[in-house]
Design a protein around this ligand. Structure first.
Ligand code: BG6
Ligand code: MG
Length: 222
């Protein structure tokens, strides 16, 4: 088998936390008079916290309004709301097929790595009780965010894998772009009209379809 590592995005791939990010941003933005809808939210997926806030402020034409300290306060407000929404997360919230895929990878000794922009990744994996399936989690601090390839490249390096023998799985446009720039095979989860234009090699509507056999055949890495 050529496959050396599978790099997983977290929010929207392992579990449905993408909806909590949207809810928390929507609330914070609403408080400062900015409305965001689900189309605009596509441009926030995969994007690091402070960068997301910048995009929201530009969207609401308020990019000059706040000092750095005030922006940090707004991002903190959003994160507090987000973390409170995570409180009810249990292993049952893991998306279908994910645990089975992780078990298969573990059996075949293929490294599974978390390549997420989220600083809350350790907290979420613990709530889902999935920690033991992952070789490592990429620390996103100090690394250029998606759509830059760095988070995925760092993940491959941590696993001692060559990018061309890695598969990345993502639900966001920025993430798919990052995987392709890293030179990996890109699997999209979601709507192919949204993810194909960003360069996804294949798009599945749901994680249910993610089996190791299917991934190996699609990526020609058997
Ligand atoms: C990404 C999400 O996984 O993580 C983004 O798609 C989010 O919506 C980003 O902004 C950063 O997450 P956190 O948990 O560090 O604010
Ligand atoms: Mg995501």
């Amino acid at each position: 088998m050529k496959l050396q590592a599978v790099l997983f995005d977290l929010d929207g791939v392992i579990t449905d936390t993408a909806k909590y990010h949207f809810t928390a941003w929507k609330q914070m933005a609403g408080r400062i008079g900015i409305e965001i809808d689900s189309d605009f939210n596509e441009s926030l997926k995969g994007i690091e916290r402070m960068q997301s806030l910048e995009r929201i402020l530009i969207h609401g034409q308020q990019e000059q309004k706040y000092s750095q300290a005030e922006k940090e306060g707004l991002a903190q407000e959003k994160n507090d709301e987000y973390v409170s929404l995570l409180a009810n997360l249990t292993p049952e919230d893991t998306y279908p097929g994910i645990k089975e895929l992780l078990q298969e990878l573990q059996e075949k000794k293929v490294a599974a790595v978390i390549a997420s922009a989220s600083k809350n990744a350790p907290l979420i994996l613990e709530a889902l009780q999935l920690n033991t399936y992952f070789h490592s989690i990429v620390d996103p601090s100090g690394v250029p965010g998606k759509p830059k390839p760095d988070i995925f490249l760092k993940g491959a390096e941590q696993a001692g894998a060559k990018p061309s023998f890695c598969i990345g799985i993502e639900d966001s446009q920025a993430g798919i772009e990052a995987i392709k720039t890293a030179g990996m095979y890109a699997v999209g989860i979601g709507d192919d009209r949204i993810l194909k234009p960003s360069g996804a090699d294949i798009v599945y509507p749901s994680t249910e379809e993610l089996t190791l056999q299917r991934l190996l055949a699609a990526a020609h890495m058997i």
